[in-house]
Design a protein. Sequence first.
Length: 311
Amino acid sequence: MLLEDLHVVLKVAEFRSITAAATSLDMRTGTASAALKRVEAELGVSLFVRTTRQLRISSAGEKYIPQCQQALQILSQAKQNMKDGQDIVEGELRLAVSSDLGRNLVIPWLDEFMDDYPDLSLRTNISDSNIDFYRDSVDIALRYGFPDDSNLYGFKICNVPRLTCATHEYLAQHGTPKHPHELSEHNSLNYQLQDVVYDVWNFRHDNNDIKIKVKGNRISNDGDLVRRWCVAGKGIAVKSSLDMAADLLAQRVVNIMPEYHPTPTELWLICPSKQSISPAVRLLRDRLREKSRALLSQLVAKNMLDESVLS
């Protein structure tokens, strides 16, 4: 029985399939099957019950697999501790990031980061859907909003105001709203996540909260597409100031009703466990903080954001 065989066992338990486990580990199905047989032969028990249609964990597997996972985590942490002491920056970064933020900002930042640390490799999951660290095989996620699971570990990257944006051409044709109530007369570009359309926009002005139900002819579950529609002059969108930064600085869009502030958010780098916080993750955290602060500072310098965002 080899140490690598135990990783196969855990993947088979995760996917309930030897073929899917092999695919995840980039090996042949026969190789994964042989690894599983070696472990079962060493233990003298069957960890899985196999039928023609499915594979499920046996009673022996239910006892052994959690302890196997803990043992591998301890070994991984011991290896990581050695690397921490030597300041080694290597391995694979498996990062999940939202569509707009990922494509237009973070990927270029990561390219620079990897140029500085050539022993790193990168695997990205670009999606606006909620991430399951176990299911989606990612180690870290860059997401808007404070992590709502107390079992996760997170590093705050920066404060992120949201802005109400439109093009000069759209406003010239349809008029510029002065108050959120006037948004009902405009075409809103709305975001959807898991069949929930976010068509209620919240604003704050002089310590008063304003909630507006908007309507529009375009809805997408891809934040990048909502931004593209906005830049194309198809309507008005409420978006993260980071997502819209390049368009604002290039004057492709303008922030309208600046005294009415959409609900702000925060950018967080989230890890499923302490074991995921490697030297590379810490360096990436610092690089993301540096890059995002520099971009927000440009918006502050152009009076597009209040300097309090940098505090």
